[in-house]
Design a protein around this ligand. Structure first.
Ligand SMILES: Nc1ncnc2c1ncn2[C@@H]1O[C@H](COP(=O)(O)OP(=O)(O)O)[C@@H](O)[C@H]1O
Ligand SMILES: [Mg+2]
Length: 248
């Protein structure tokens, strides 16, 4: 069974104002992600990546088409039971320590009391924040704050991670650490579906990618196949596909 299935998905935003045109963010998207895959969801700003993720999370209803997680339609809340999500922008109470933040989320997810501390220890180790667990998040570097967000998304031990631009705004070390976390999750058998503009990174960490442009799927495939077919790196493939060939 596929972990993530999107069939003919269309997402339109209707403005409440009379006469405003309908904005179509996703146009007939078909996508499949299998268990254990690291899948890179690429596309320029405004391509429809976040809109697609918002459908998977049940925040935005599909205008038409369907999306399923573990075979369950995303309109059913139970579909989200086994997923973790890191939004593009996180809004945490920065006066909390990482440990307090995770305790808060562990309660929200109703993780049994006896398991909470163990779970918190495990995710703090995984994201390398063990040493800073009793420091307020506001004292963290941007990379550490992002890793605190990742820890939060992992607290319920999800099978599928949906990460919206997890490396955006991070320095090379911060990006490397996030990349290592994604690789660690993969080695644990988790499925990771993430959007990114860091194509070099995507090339190293992803099994498969999809490139979305103006709401339409432009290409999809195994990274190794795409690199071989096009005979160049992912960045050049991306530029070619979205219609920006490099200068001669
Ligand atoms: N709530 C919204 N209302 C109206 N238009 C939106 C809304 N959210 C996104 N859009 C539009 O939908 C398109 C896709 O946006 P988005 O899914 O955020 O793209 P991406 O994440 O790839 O940058 C953009 O043109 C954006 O302006
Ligand atoms: Mg986005």
């Amino acid at each position: 069974m596929e972990t993530l299935t999107i069939d003919n998905l269309r997402v339109e935003y209707r403005s409440r104002a009379v006469g405003e045109p309908v904005k179509t963010a996703v146009k007939g998207l078909n996508l499949r992600v299998a268990q254990g895959e690291v899948f890179g969801f690429l596309g320029p700003n405004g391509a429809g990546k976040t809109s697609t993720m918002n459908v998977l999370l049940g925040f935005v209803p599909p205008t038409s088409g369907t999306a399923r997680l573990f075979g369950v339609d995303v309109r059913e809340p139970i579909a989200r039971q086994r997923i973790g999500y890191l939004p593009e922008q996180t809004y945490y109470y920065k006066f909390l320590t990482a440990e307090e933040l995770l305790r808060f989320y562990a309660e929200i997810f109703q993780i049994p009391k006896a398991e909470r501390s163990q779970r918190i220890d495990a995710v703090l180790k995984l994201v390398e924040l063990d040493h800073a667990r009793t420091r307020q998040i506001k004292t963290y570097s941007k990379g550490m704050q992002q890793r605190a967000g990742l820890a939060q998304s992992l607290i319920n031990n999800p099978d599928l991670l949906i990460l919206d631009e997890p490396t955006s705004g991070l320095d090379p070390i911060g990006r490397m650490k996030v990349r290592e976390i994604i690789q660690r999750l993969k080695s644990e058998g988790k499925t990771v579906f993430f959007s990114s503009h860091e194509l070099g990174e995507v090339e190293t960490v992803c099994d498969r990618i999809a490139i979305l442009h103006q709401g339409e799927l432009k290409t999809e495939g195994r990274v190794s196949d795409l690199l071989r077919e096009h005979g160049t790196n992912l960045e050049q493939i991306f530029l070619k596909i979205i219609g920006h060939p490099p200068p001669p």
